[in-house]
Design a protein around this ligand. Sequence first.
Ligand code: GLC
Length: 663
Amino acid sequence: MILFEISETFHLARGKVYLYHLLHGTVSKTYNMKKKAMKNDIHIRGFQERFSVIEPQLRGYYTSLYGETGYEELLSTVKTMYSGRSDQMLHLDEQRLAYPTWYQDPTMVGMMMYVNNFSETFASMPSRIEYLKSLGVTYLHLMPVFDMPEFANDGGYAVSNFTKIDSRLGTDEEFNVFAEACHRNGISICIDFVLNHTSDEHEWAVRAKEGDVEAQSKYFIFKDRTMPDAYEKYVNEVFPVLAPGNFTYNAALSAWVLTTFNHYQWDLNYANPEVLREMVAAMLQMCNRGVDIFRFDAIPYIWKEWGTDSRNRPQVHTLVRIFRLILEIAAPATIIKGEVVMAPHLVAPYFGTEQEPECHLLYNVTMMVELWNSLATRDTRMLTDLIESIPEEVPDSACWVNYVRCHDDIGWGFNEQSARRQGYDPFFHKRFLISFYLGSYPGSFSRGELYESDPKTLDARNCGTTASLCGLEKAIHERDEYQGELAIKRIILLQVFAFVANGIPVLYSGDEIGQLNDYSYIQDPHKGRDSRFLHRGPFDWGVAHAIGDLTRYPSQVYYRLNRYINAAKGHVMMGNNNVLRSILTSDRSVICMLVIPRHPAYEHQMMVVLANFSEHQKQVRLLEHDYSAIRTQLWTELLQGKQVRLNDEVITGPYEILLLTPR
Ligand code: GLC
């Protein structure tokens, strides 16, 4: 009763107070139950039902890692955070529980961006929503937005506070206002949740440096090199050139700290249940503030086990399960996207199974690599191989995220067996791709830079914007309009392919106006060594405002892309529960991809994608296949309306992509 009185003094909404006490078992019988809102009753019952079904599983996973230690505290955190959920978010929970695969809707179009590059601060973001809507965006991934060190911040991936917006981007309130505005406009918000590490300016790291033992137990800190040396024997370096080694000596501590990424990113120790509890609290707080999708950053790295490579450990999967179950209980409107940049066979396991699902969304990173590979080689056989090898035994909740470029480098993680099958030596093939996208390979149309170029292993990755890597920068520089036209065709080919390849398509902000590389980063002493800033330039609003002038390249990119988005968005085949298949064609530059609805009732709606990855016109035939309907059917190209029969030879223009639908 006292608790109620205190709360009432603080003018907490009566329904919320009731919710809090009910969840914590401290509800007073004398409380006037009639006064509580009916709405809250429904939500509480929903919560309790979910809790009673899900909690036993949660307990099972939790105790397998930690025993009973800290479990009651974790549950208490979950309940407390749920009691802070706003009416709007409770309403969203309801809507999404009724349509749990909302993110697989055919209308989903994503964009990812840095707030400061797009609009400087959150205060002005709401006024940019109209622009996003003009592109059909329904999913917005905001790159790291939380408090971070002024300079040593890895583009925001060194987080100093997991719930406070970085003051250079605005205030917490401005973020909340923007999230609400997005929801009103049918746009869901995705933010990065950097689980693996904190910045060395995070309160825990600061306290650890001051000698606080409890804070130190949240990290991996060693007084001598015994444990670090034992670890280094089994574990690769993520940044072998920019940040070699996995440990950093800290003078304040006179000790070695595990720093898998940069020296200022301290790895969190998830073997300590308090780390998990605090991260859950931060995650749920952000759910309550309107986050629809969390991008779990660098997820394979979060569990360390000496004597192993400390990647993709079974405990990582258990932790993802724990996070997901907690969301299902306390924030069912919110889902998880995993960042798993690993060899192809290691990615899909992060979807989990039908009985034990993990991430809802995963980046189709190999698809991205194979698209760039096909463009450089004019050979689509590895892309075809990939399409045939995408695992189909994934839970119904699983959905891929397809993309052409993002804020990171392109690492050449193709399937080496597939490369060998097509006659490519993986090592030399990688060398070819590296020099092709650097622009140094003879005849290359590309302009890019190297990233993490290691002279010892000759390994490297590439950076650059889609437009520059596709040849637009070179064409403009050489005043070559013919090459400019080809570059635009390449951009559209890659983007449209990613758009129709079963998953949520996500554009990297600026790509829709063909933004070129931004070389100014080199002058900035805090960025100069990190060539990823080459493709992290400010969005060019001057260009975006002149988009009506179709004589300009950016307008042409925008116009053509938008035309595809308008035609394809919402089309039944853009739903994300399809299967991809391929048919061999008579020319390796031309791929034939089938997008087939998983549900047999919709089979007749299949889409055939014919895409020519070369600058030459190609006349192709489909080779052997089992799809008799494909031969007999008359197909209509979605944009142009032209009709095509696939038992005849088909002409595809340079870099043309045809989206053929039955009609
Ligand atoms: C992820 C981010 C990358 C960052 C790294 C370390 O891979 O995409 O930008 O450097 O995590 O947090």
